[in-house]
Unconditional design. Structure first.
Length: 110
C-alpha cells in the first residue's frame, strides 16, 4: 500500500462543503477522492483556515445593511418627490427612518 504524500499541501481553507488547497485547488469532500484523502490526513495535524475572515464577515454584514438601507430609501423616494412637487409633508416616521437609513450606509473599500 502506498502512503498518502501530503507535503504538496501548504494551506487548506474551508470552502463550503469542500476545501481550497494552496489557494488554487478546490477539493470536494468526497470519499475516494485522492486529494480529499490527502486533505483528511493533513487535517489530522493541522488547522484549516476558516471559510471567511473576520474582515470578510464584517464586509458581508455591512453590504447587507447598505443594501437594505438603499432599498428602503428607493422605496420611499416618492415621498421626497411628492414633497418637492406639491409641498405635502413627508410623514415624520418616514423622515426619521430615511435619516437612519442614510446614516447606516457606509462605503466599503474593495
Amino acid at each position: 500500500m502506498i502512503e498518502n504524500k501530503i507535503d504538496y499541501i501548504k494551506s487548506v481553507k474551508i470552502q463550503g462543503e469542500s476545501y481550497l488547497v494552496n489557494g488554487s485547488m478546490s477539493v470536494p469532500s468526497s470519499e475516494g477522492n485522492r486529494h480529499y484523502n490527502d486533505v483528511k490526513v493533513w487535517l489530522e495535524s493541522n488547522t484549516p483556515e476558516p471559510e471567511f475572515t473576520v474582515e470578510e464577515i464584517a464586509k458581508q454584514e455591512q453590504d447587507t445593511i447598505n443594501s437594505e438601507a438603499r432599498q428602503y430609501l428607493a422605496s420611499t423616494d416618492w415621498y421626497v418627490t411628492r414633497n418637492a412637487e406639491t409641498g405635502e409633508v413627508i410623514p415624520a416616521e418616514v423622515s426619521i427612518k430615511r435619516t437612519e437609513a442614510r446614516a447606516s450606509v457606509k462605503e466599503l473599500a474593495e
